[in-house]
Design a protein around this ligand. Structure first.
Ligand SMILES: Cc1cc2nc3c(=O)[nH]c(=O)nc-3n(C[C@H](O)[C@H](O)[C@H](O)COP(=O)(O)O)c2cc1C
Length: 211
């Protein structure tokens, strides 16, 4: 009942735009992301990143989107992590945003490549000191025998670098270039809207799908 009241039968906010298929998908994403930010949701930039090994064995985890434009969606991580190993072996991935209060989901798929080192450095230098030290201290995805070992590594790097923390060679960004983007807007009676965009040589092709 509350959900029905919230959505007024159209979905929260303005629902799926009438002209969605005519829109540029990156601009539409921008509108939806702004709605998510303006709704006061915690971490609207949090997204699921799904990768797979070269044998097709999948894995998924959350990451934070730090940038997006026509060229792609950017997140930062440890280049020695499990996700990075999977991306190096099989450079395709899927991203998923779910803004549950808005009854919205966005699915994005495409090839992934590392961002330029200079771009990673610029972002790294914008991070808090603790996060920069943490990047050095964490051997992400490796077995940690005891937490005290991580805490000791933090102290060691704090001593080593004091305030001038350089970009680790094993840390940086990836950019997923979207080949497909699907916008899902929840509506009553499970008659949800799904509008998909596929990139072709002649730009984006849009179509609707049954919910
Ligand atoms: C909300 C949220 C945001 C996260 N953001 C990141 C991120 O931006 N980069 C990252 O490397 N890990 C992030 N993590 C941790 C990852 O989910 C994951 O535990 C870690 O990257 C190791 O994954 P892997 O072993 O599959 O490589 C985040 C976790 C949560 C719950």
């Amino acid at each position: 009942m509350i959900r029905r009241l919230l959505t007024l039968g159209r979905g929260v906010v303005t629902g799926m735009p009438e002209d969605a298929e005519q829109r540029d998908p990156l601009q539409l994403f921008g509108d939806w992301f702004a709605d998510a930010e303006n709704s006061g949701l915690l971490l609207p930039e949090a997204m699921t990143l799904a990768t797979a090994t070269d044998k097709g064995k999948p894995s998924a985890r959350m990451v934070l989107m730090k940038d997006y434009d026509e060229d792609g969606f950017v997140f930062y991580t440890n280049y020695s992590s499990r996700k990075a190993a999977e991306l190096e072996a099989n450079p395709y991935a899927a991203l998923l945003f779910h803004w549950s209060e808005l009854q919205r989901q966005v699915r994005i798929e495409g090839p992934v490549s590392r961002v330029a080192e200079e771009e990673s450095r610029e972002y790294f230098e914008s991070r808090h000191l603790g996060s920069r030290i943490g990047a050095w201290a964490s051997r992400q995805s490796e077995v940690l025998p005891e937490r005290v070992e991580l805490e000791q590594r933090v102290r060691d790097y704090e001593q080593k670098f004091s305030s001038d923390v350089p970009l680790p060679s094993f840390w940086g960004g990836y950019r997923l270039k979207p080949e497909t983007i699907e916008f899902w807007q929840g509506r009553v009676s499970r008659l949800h809207d799904r509008v998909c965009f596929e990139r072709s040589d002649r730009g984006w092709k849009a179509f609707r799908m049954y919910p």
